[in-house]
Design a protein around this ligand. Sequence first.
Ligand code: FAD
Ligand code: FES
Length: 510
Amino acid sequence: MAAGPSAPSGPDLTQGILLGVLTDNGNLLGHVGDEAVLVARRGDEYFAIGATCTHYSGPLAEGLMVGDTVRCPWHHACFSLRTGEAVEPPALSPVARWRVEQRDGKIFVREKIEPAPARARAKTQAAPGRVVIVGGGAAGFAAAEMLRREGFGGSLTMVSADDAPPYDRPNCSKDYLAGNAPEEWMPLRPPEFYRDNSIDLRLAAEVASIDPRGRSISLKDGKSLPFDKLLLATGAEPIRLDIPGANAPHVFVLRSLADSRAIIERAKGAKRAVVLGASFIGLEAAAALRAREVEVHVAAPERAPLERIFGGEMAQFVRALHEEHGVTFHMEQKAAAIDGARVRLESGQTLEADLVIVGIGVRPRTTLAERAGLQIDHGVSVNEYLQTSAPDIFAAGDIARWPDPYSSSRMRIEHWVVAERQGQTAARNMLGAGEKFTQVPFFWSQHYDVPINYVGHAEKWDDIAVEGNITGRDCVLRYRQGGRVLAVASIYRDRESLEAEVAMERDSRV
Ligand SMILES: Cc1cc2nc3c(=O)[nH]c(=O)nc-3n(C[C@H](O)[C@H](O)[C@H](O)COP(=O)(O)OP(=O)(O)OC[C@H]3O[C@@H](n4cnc5c(N)ncnc54)[C@H](O)[C@@H]3O)c2cc1C
Ligand code: FES
């Protein structure tokens, strides 16, 4: 991921800019000293906030203003113009806020405003004393962070089977795996965050069972923990191959930071890798290994990579893009056995491999919920408030199947941003907010220097309307069914992607 604006550009805002320069709903990029500042106008109000997204430094001036917020063009984080708060992930930290002075027909920005403290929340009957979160991934972390942001003062425990504190999982198959992201980029927060926010983070701790009536959980080590509200956010686990040799030490799946590190270690001495599965993770891993100059072969049963998600034309583009970078595809092929440094395909062909990555999909981790007697329906069933069939237990992220208002169907989706947003909504609802989860799904995927953004969700469609040029890497694809746009994929058309998201949100509310 490229860095955002580095040298400050635009006018020096300490010298003032003419009021008339900003039209209603317009914004302007300027700077105060070395800091890039976005000045925005809404009606008669003027705002000034940091112009660089706190997720991966996206340029907010190229984003979209919606009411008194601005959305980042890269991965659709949303910031309040009034407070600088990151109101929608993937950004979690606020941007700076600046005082705007109006004088002599000009506006001046000079002084930074101290960040607002956590919201003081009146203790209500609904506010729980003890919240326990099972899972330290996207949904679990976002929930814990939001509980404290909302001023929740009760006890907060996060139990994670992972041995690392919550980290940037999407990067495990992208820059980090490619060797382009330093270790410091990976944790979502430094270790002191948990101490300073009184979050009892229990790592390498697996929850064995839940007692919904007695409101307690039991850990594998025999300890138990009582709760008033529980969030289940156990994510998904990679599907393993069931063929001879699948458990050999040079065969890896890619879900965790530990998996990514193990692949990096193996890749150091590897000349050839075979990736089984042309999924997002398989292809991103292929790209990362190419960056490490490992020869990569991808074998998968479908006709073209990601065809089921994007349709034929985009799938051909994705294939050609990887081929340009030296990846060899063996499509409509399945692995039959892994025999030492050789992967045998069902066709009889063999591929040499010092390293094999299996990326053939994931399965939601629903066992705990099933054993606790919670309602299951291709995932953990939740209502619009993300509450399971046990009212004190919420579920979010890859395991949750929720009623999606835009498609009027129940949905379970494996996207980072969806998991974070659900974690936040569940957190507020555990505090009694009564907020429906209505956000439109969004994901991004990165292949070399080509980012693909996707808003909405389409499992099938009547047609795909293509604007622009897919091979020219400048396009918007609208997946339509019955004349309605179900999803929009885009390459370097960030504004259209944001506009599509806003249009779908409006439609959801109707
Ligand atoms: C390599 C990789 C790259 C990805 N890239 C993207 C991307 O670019 N864009 C995108 O939108 N999505 C991406 N995803 C998907 C995204 O990361 C997931 O959708 C998201 O992490 C789901 O969040 P979650 O909180 O539901 O689960 P997770 O983030 O998987 O977290 C689950 C947590 O639960 C813990 N856990 C499980 N069982 C137990 C138990 N019994 N007791 C205690 N703890 C338990 C786990 O240890 C883990 O901490 C990627 C996924 C992977 C693996
Ligand atoms: S860089 Fe802004 S959302 Fe990712």
